[in-house]
Design a protein around this ligand. Structure first.
Ligand code: CMP
Length: 149
């Protein structure tokens, strides 16, 4: 099933010049970028995105970190995009992330872990709606789309 998911390149990746590398991995996998913007996240956007973590010991630090520098927010579309992207980026704790995954290749940290991606269809819809209006998500076909079955 074609799914749409929310992906965010985090401040650590932006400050380390890894934006192109991360986007390139998503594109080369065959995923389609249907929305993209670089932003400095507001307090409201950050607390809405991470509302499920409110009250956890790392919450304040997480909000501070995510607002410390620009992030790149993206709407990504593709076959089973939610699980495909999650496998591509690796587990939250980058120390556990296998080589070949984004986190496995570029981070050793649980908090500065390069990238965020939605973990379910419901969360994808909720997270996308925080950052994108419907009109900001674009419709087009990749030339290689017909090769993916
Ligand atoms: P992310 O995929 O953005 O979703 C929630 C984020 O909280 C997670 O990646 C980590 O960056 C962060 N996080 C989760 N658990 C911890 C933890 N124990 N310590 C610090 N940060 C955490």
């Amino acid at each position: 099933m074609i799914e749409r998911t929310f992906v965010m390149i985090k401040p650590d990746a932006v400050l380390r010049g890894l934006v192109g590398e991360v986007i390139s991995r998503l594109e080369r996998k065959g995923l389609k970028i249907v929305g993209m913007r670089m932003i400095k996240m507001s307090e409201e956007e950050a607390s809405s995105l991470y509302s499920v973590h409110k009250g956890k010991p790392f919450y304040d630090e997480l909000i501070r970190f995510i607002r410390s520098a620009p992030v790149v927010v993206m709407a990504i579309e593709g076959e089973s995009a939610i699980s495909v992207v999650r496998r591509l980026i690796g587990p939250t704790d980058s120390k556990e992330a296998p080589p070949g995954t984004v986190r496995g290749d570029f981070s050793c940290s649980k908090s500065m872990n390069i990238i965020h991606a939605s973990d379910s269809l419901d969360n994808a819809q909720r997270e996308l709606s925080i950052f994108f209006k419907d009109s900001e998500v674009l419709s087009y076909s990749r030339l290689d789309e017909s090769l993916v079955r």
